[in-house]
Ligand binder design. Structure first.
Ligand SMILES: Cc1ncc(C[n+]2csc(CCOP(=O)(O)OP(=O)(O)O)c2C)c(N)n1
Ligand code: SF4
Ligand SMILES: [Mg+2]
Length: 351
């Protein structure tokens, strides 16, 4: 229960990162989600990624919509800024915050209901505008919070817990993000922390819209045999295209990699993404090929995971709009309101 405070004491040998924080410093309140819910594993992966990347918690803004998934920012990064918007409106509120202050790390957490139904328009515009953010959809194929109705990502032919067949065609968030121009697109599984943590780290290091579709089983309403978002189904149909590791320029270099073909991608902040190819013909730098690959494998009932597309040279919304490098709240009155002479100059330049 969230009213039960977590004990502040921790084991004295708990390791601190370069900022002097232990993993515990990145935690939030005690989760109220169902035991076994995939969303809690994603929260744990976010905590791990932020701790490993030496992220300063007060430099993070976490925003969400409505749903079990959108509740999770309360359960991680308790010392960060947080804003729980209304259903499906996280992307526009985040875009506004980002325009006002580009210096924070923006983490948008949403659900498949929140982002693929009521918020689908907002999702698409955040992707095409290149808002510098990590956008995580905790995808369970149902509206968990409102008791398990099919969401728009539920596969055609999959069944509800009571056996009702879903007749609607599914929306694939990864394909949408690719089409809309997201410059980092990945899919993972809440049950595969070894794949998920490096993907979150790589998304944090990316400048531009980084989208992560994380299949996250709902144990209360969508973990039965007719579901394609259950733990068993995803484990049996997981087709990983690559394994990734992130080498941060500031951190000790630890690489957890087996032998295999390696591709190195340098991100704008100097960090290196090391992709170990599992599928020899998969090229994560080719957006059109990624779209075809995802669709072809989806038709076979496979869940394609890994880093599916990245453009390391991407610019973000601020670069596109040529905005002020100084956050709005640090500009003084003169800079914000330069006076009538400046306005006259602008007006005459437009005549
Ligand atoms: C405007 C509005 N419409 C409907 C709802 C009811 N509602 C609350 S959560 C939710 C869906 C949540 O599904 P999802 O985003 O997939 O999150 P999950 O609970 O599955 O993690 C709905 C329809 C609402 N809160 N506000
Ligand atoms: S209802 Fe489903 S999504 Fe919500 S907390 Fe329970 S298992 Fe998770
Ligand atoms: Mg859902």
């Amino acid at each position: 229960m969230t009213y039960v405070a977590k004990p502040k004491l921790h084991h004295p040998s708990l390791r601190a990162n370069a900022r002097g924080y232990t993993r515990r410093d990145y935690e939030g309140k005690i989760s109220t989600l169902c035991a076994g819910c995939g969303h809690d594993s994603i929260s744990a992966a976010i905590i791990q990624a932020c701790w490993e990347m030496d992220v300063e918690p007060h430099r993070v803004a976490k925003l969400s919509g409505i749903g079990c998934s959108s509740k999770t920012p309360d359960y991680f990064l308790g010392n960060s800024h947080g804003f729980n918007t209304v259903h499906g409106r996280m992307p526009s509120v985040l875009t506004g915050a980002n325009l006002a202050n580009r210096e924070l790390l923006y983490l948008g957490v949403s659900g498949d209901g929140d982002s693929a139904s009521i918020g689908i328009g907002q999702f698409m515009h955040a992707m095409r505008r290149g808002v510098n953010m990590v956008y995580i959809v905790e995808n369970n194929g149902v509206y968990g919070l409102t008791k398990g109705q099919f969401s728009a990502t539920a596969d055609q032919g999959s069944t509800s817990k009571k056996g009702v067949v879903n007749t609607d065609s599914p929306i694939d968030m990864v394909s949408l993000a690719l089409q809309m121009g997201a410059t980092f697109v990945a899919r993972s599984f809440s049950g595969d922390k070894r794949q998920l943590v490096p993907l979150i780290k790589a998304a944090i290091a990316h400048r531009g819209s980084a989208f992560l579709d994380v299949i996250s089983p709902c144990v209360a309403f969508n973990n039965h045999s007719g579901s394609t978002k259950s733990y068993d189904y995803v484990r049996e149909h997981n087709e990983a295209v690559n394994r990734i590791d992130v080498i941060h320029t500031k951190a000790e270099i630890v690489v957890d990699f087996a032998e295999g073909e390696l591709v190195e991608v340098e991100q704008h902040d100097g960090s290196i993404l090391r992709l170990r190819k599992l599928k020899a013909d998969y090229d994560a730098s080719n957006r059109i090929a990624a779209m075809n690959f995802v669709q072809e494998h989806e038709a076979l009932g496979e869940v394609v995971t890994g880093l599916l597309y990245v453009n390391p040279d991407a610019d973000d919304m601020h670069g596109h709009l040529n905005t002020s490098a100084v956050p709005f709240n640090q500009l003084n009155t003169e800079q914000l309101c330069p006076g009538s002479a400046s306005l006259d100059r602008i007006n005459s330049s437009l005549r």
